[in-house]
Structure formats: structure tokens, C-alpha cells
Design a binder for this molecule. Structure first.
Ligand code: SF4
Length: 335
């Protein structure tokens, strides 16, 4: 049994302008100890889908199922879901300051998390664990820094503290939502290396949400590409980078600097912008931006279907289902 299996997830937000169809029938699964990257531009539904599963989208209409370790999270009451979200599933956000309270010491916040979910833990034991966790994630002199406030940490250290907090209760799954976007390139690489290390060390499954395929090149076992609330391509990492099928995936890969054969190493962004989720284009939602669009594309929505001879590789596109090599992108990322 998969650790998490999401089936036909739909998330909509009623607004005065109409219904925002943020997620329109998403299915995926993740196994224990594995890494699934969910990739897409802003508005693709990558963040909303995991937030909905975790009960973090108040006011949304949600349907489908999200079975975590045998329990459908979408059927749980708020208290039970909060418990699972704290103890069994941890979330790392892009901005640690959304999770770290500015008025409380970093160590105290880790201690409180432990004591709320493990009521028998003494204050001394929780503090010892907080120091140990801060040391584990590379905070220097953790016995002293445990009494610092979040503003006394650099951006990278705050993200390390968030990772320490995410490990505090030995979760089975970590959801990391753009965990390095706010950091400079050097710190970004260090944080990604840290996440990979602790994930392997503790056998935790990881859902990594990002808009940048370059970020997940060295980390993901499997990649799910989302566009306008739908999965448009799913494949293991090497297949996705070497033999992408969907034009949107190819566009994302070619927008990684140096991947498109552009000797100047310049970005080649995908032309146009994502559609309104209130008034979605007919058929394939990518057709207004797609260089390969055909008459059928605006008339009928393509299903997510297996790419010929590629096992678990699937793509939602009317183009013939043979994967097309894009070795330049994969080579640039040294896969
Ligand atoms: Fe492009 Fe058509 Fe494929 Fe959509 S279905 S990605 S418009 S070729």
C-alpha cells in the first residue's frame, strides 16, 4: 500500500467573480521513503492540492480522496487532521517566518511542538531534543542558538530550523513547498542537500513542490508536472528529463538556463501566461500557448495516458505518444 494515494482530487473556491477551479481531478501516489516532485508555474494547482489534503484551504469545496497510511484525510475532522499534520506529516514552507513565531525563541517553539504532540515529554527532555535537532540540521553551537529568536537567524538558518522542526516528531511524510525559493543559490543548494540527507537518514517520504525543474533534478524519484489544475505529465526523473513528451514539460525544461542549446545560457521562458482558473480554455488548457496546437486541442481535453512503451510514463497531450529526446536539458543538469 502506498503511503499516500490521492484520487480524483478536486478543489474549487467560490468567489464573487465565479468559481476558481484550482485542482480539477488530480491523482498521484507516493511510496514510503520516496521523493515525488510536483512542478508547475504559479496557478498550476501544485500548492493548493497538498494544502487541501492537509486541511489548509478554508472555504474550498473539496472532493476526491487522499488516503494516508490507510486513512482518508479528506474525511477527518479538524482535530484529527491537525494531529496527523503535526505528528505524521510535516510541512516546510517557502518562508519560515510563516511558521516560526517571531516572539518566541526558536528552541522553545520546537519544544512546544514536541510537548503538544507527546504530552508525557518533560520540558528538559524536549529541550535536549530541540538542541539535538538544531545540531542535526547544521546550526552551529545549537546549545546557545536554541535560545535565539527567529530574527537572530539568517534566512538559511531559519529554513534549517524549520527542517529541524519538521523532524521533531519523526514524520512519515514531509511536504516541502518551494523550500528554497527565497534563498540565494549557494544557501539553496545547502538546504536541498540537507533535506535530501535527512530524508535518506530517516527514511521519510518527501513531496517537493517547486516551479523550477532544475531544483528537483538531483532529488526526485518521480516528477508530476501540473498545469491549470491538472497533471499533464508524470514520469520517473530520468525519463522526464531525457524523454519528455508534453510540450509544457519541454517548455519548463527549456527555460532552465543553458538547457536549450542557447550558448549564451539565457532563459527561454514559455510564451504567454497561465490561464484564468475561472474561465479556462476549452480542450487542452495549454493550447493557447502551445507551439504544436492542432484543431483537436481546443475541442477535446486529452486524458493522462501512458506513453508508448514507457511503463509509468504518462502524458496528457494529443500528440503521438512517443517520447521525444531532449538530452540537452538532461545533460545540462548532469543527470
Ligand atoms: Fe499542445 Fe495539443 Fe498537446 Fe495540448 S494537446 S499540449 S495543445 S499538442
Amino acid at each position: 500500500m502506498s503511503l499516500l494515494e490521492v484520487t480524483d482530487l478536486r478543489v474549487a473556491f467560490p468567489t464573487s467573480d465565479g468559481v476558481v477551479q484550482a485542482v480539477r481531478g488530480l491523482s498521484f501516489r507516493i511510496e514510503r521513503g520516496r521523493t515525488l516532485a510536483i512542478v508547475g508555474e504559479s496557478g498550476s494547482g501544485k500548492t493548493v492540492s497538498t494544502q487541501a489534503i492537509l486541511g489548509l484551504t478554508p472555504g474550498a469545496d473539496i472532493s476526491g480522496s487522499a488516503v494516508f497510511d490507510g486513512v482518508n484525510l479528506l474525511e477527518l475532522d479538524g482535530e484529527r487532521l491537525r494531529h496527523i499534520r503535526g505528528a505524521e506529516i510535516s510541512v516546510i514552507f517557502q518562508d519560515p517566518l510563516t511558521s516560526l513565531h517571531p516572539l518566541y525563541k526558536v528552541g522553545w517553539q520546537i519544544e512546544e511542538l514536541i510537548r503538544v504532540h507527546r504530552p508525557g515529554t518533560s520540558r528538559a527532555e524536549a529541550r535536549r531534543r530541540a538542541v539535538e535537532l538544531l545540531g542535526l540540521v547544521g546550526i552551529p553551537r545549537p546549545d546557545r542558538r536554541v535560545d535565539d529568536y527567529p530574527h537572530q537567524f539568517s534566512g538559511g538558518m531559519r529554513q534549517r530550523a524549520m527542517i529541524a522542526m519538521s523532524l521533531a516528531l519523526n514524520p512519515k511524510l514531509i511536504v516541502a513547498d518551494e523550500p528554497t525559493t527565497a534563498l540565494d543559490a549557494t544557501v539553496q543548494a545547502q538546504i536541498l542537500e540537507l533535506i535530501t540527507r535527512v530524508q535518506a537518514e530517516f527514511g521519510i517520504a518527501l513531496i517537493l513542490i517547486t516551479h523550477d525543474l532544475g531544483v528537483v533534478a538531483g532529488m526526485a524519484d518521480e516528477v508530476l508536472v501540473m498545469y491549470a489544475g491538472l497533471a499533464v505529465e508524470r514520469a520517473d526523473r530520468r525519463t522526464l528529463y531525457y524523454r519528455p513528451h508534453h510540450p509544457y514539460t519541454k517548455g519548463l525544461l527549456e527555460s532552465i538556463p543553458g538547457s536549450s542549446g542557447d550558448r549564451g545560457g539565457r532563459l527561454r521562458p514559455i510564451p504567454g501566461s497561465p490561464p484564468s482558473l475561472i474561465a479556462l480554455p476549452s480542450g487542452c488548457a495549454f493550447h493557447p500557448r502551445c507551439p504544436y496546437a492542432m484543431p483537436v486541442c481546443s475541442a477535446e481535453r486529452p486524458p493522462l495516458a501512458t506513453v508508448t512503451g514507457e511503463g509509468s510514463h504518462a502524458s496528457a497531450c494529443w500528440l503521438p505518444h512517443e517520447a521525444v529526446g531532449l538530452g540537452a536539458a538532461a545533460d545540462a543538469l548532469r543527470l
